[in-house]
Design a protein around this ligand. Structure first.
Ligand code: GLU
Length: 299
């Protein structure tokens, strides 16, 4: 990779001349819980307050973890909560298809652009290899900082002859600071090589990573503001590097506070007791749930 080529892209304001376009992006890997509801409610409010548009995107990239019953589940649960959307897998729209499993050609094209641009290198490490090579435990990070086992001195623009089952990583410039101003959390700074490392763009199973698919879709669907949980702030830093490498303008970002249980522990999908489905079955009123979620201070 030519060291000077990764540029931090311009960040849009949420209200572009084309109007606000936000999105809800659930992954159908389980039932939606109150934590999702808090984030989606905020995204819905930010879109609706200024008469903007909201897109529902089904993030069903991972065939091993995604199930169609959860797609039906989030459509029903979001509707029950009182949220609506203007484009989505159930109603179509001009930027479809709205399920990531049907958008592989777009991801493949972006992947080829990154690969031929010299931003990527192949990696044969398993997750276990990476964890074994790390000195410090990295619990709590979605993707451990890559120790660099397969990292080449220089990234060649094309690695012909690589076996198809390798993963492909984005070569970050160690020490590079990625800065952005978040609409919810204010100024942010992440240091490449410290808070995140060479991240996977294409997985060895032959599917794009969340980071790549998300950027490709947010560009293609003309999203002007991404509203999501604070746990994804460091993903945003990685995604900004992808926007730069692909020569795209990034949307604005608004990361919201995560809903926690009474012990302050973040809700996870496996906590079924707080799934929207269970709350609905227990006869809870969605308007009350919305009011309670609204009482959580912004962001
Ligand atoms: N599908 C992702 C999730 O459920 C959404 C991430 C995003 O909003 O970018 O965590």
């Amino acid at each position: 990779m030519d060291g000077g080529r990764v540029m931090i892209p311009a960040v849009q304001t949420p209200y572009s001349p084309f109007g606000y376009r936000g999105r809800l992006a659930p992954s159908p890997t389980g039932w939606l819980h109150l934590g999702h509801a808090g984030t989606f409610l905020r995204a819905w409010q930010r879109a609706r307050v200024g008469g903007g548009q909201l897109i529902l995107r089904n993030e069903d990239l991972d065939p091993a973890r995604c199930h169609s019953e959860f797609v039906t589940g989030f459509l029903e649960d979001l509707g029950w909560l009182g949220l609506d959307w203007d484009e989505g897998p159930d109603i179509g729209g001009p930027y479809g298809p709205y399920s990531q499993s049907q958008r592989s050609s777009l991801y493949r094209e972006a992947f080829e652009r990154l690969r031929s641009g010299g931003f990527l290198y192949p990696c044969r490490c398993s997750r276990k290899d990476i964890l074994d090579a790390l000195h410090a435990p990295h619990e709590g990070t979605d993707e451990p900082v890559y120790p660099g086992t397969c990292r080449p001195e220089r990234v060649a623009p094309d690695y012909r002859g690589s076996r198809p089952e390798v993963a492909w990583r984005f070569h970050v410039k160690d020490g590079q600071r990625v800065r952005f101003v978040d609409g919810g959390c204010g100024p942010q700074e992440f240091v490449a090589g410290v808070e995140f490392g060479d991240f996977v763009v294409w997985r060895s199973e032959g599917v794009p990573s969340y980071q790549l698919a998300c950027v490709v879709d947010d560009v293609a669907m003309r999203i002007t503001e991404v509203v999501r949980g604070r746990d994804l702030l460091s993903s945003t830093a990685r995604q900004l590097l992808l926007y730069g490498a692909l020569g795209e303008v990034a949307p604005a970002f608004f990361h919201c506070r995560l809903v926690t249980d009474e012990k302050g522990v973040r809700l996870a999908k496996r906590q079924d007791a707080l799934s929207l489905r269970t709350l609905r079955e227990r006869g809870r009123n969605p308007a009350d749930i919305r009011r309670e979620l609204d009482a959580i201070p912004a962001p």
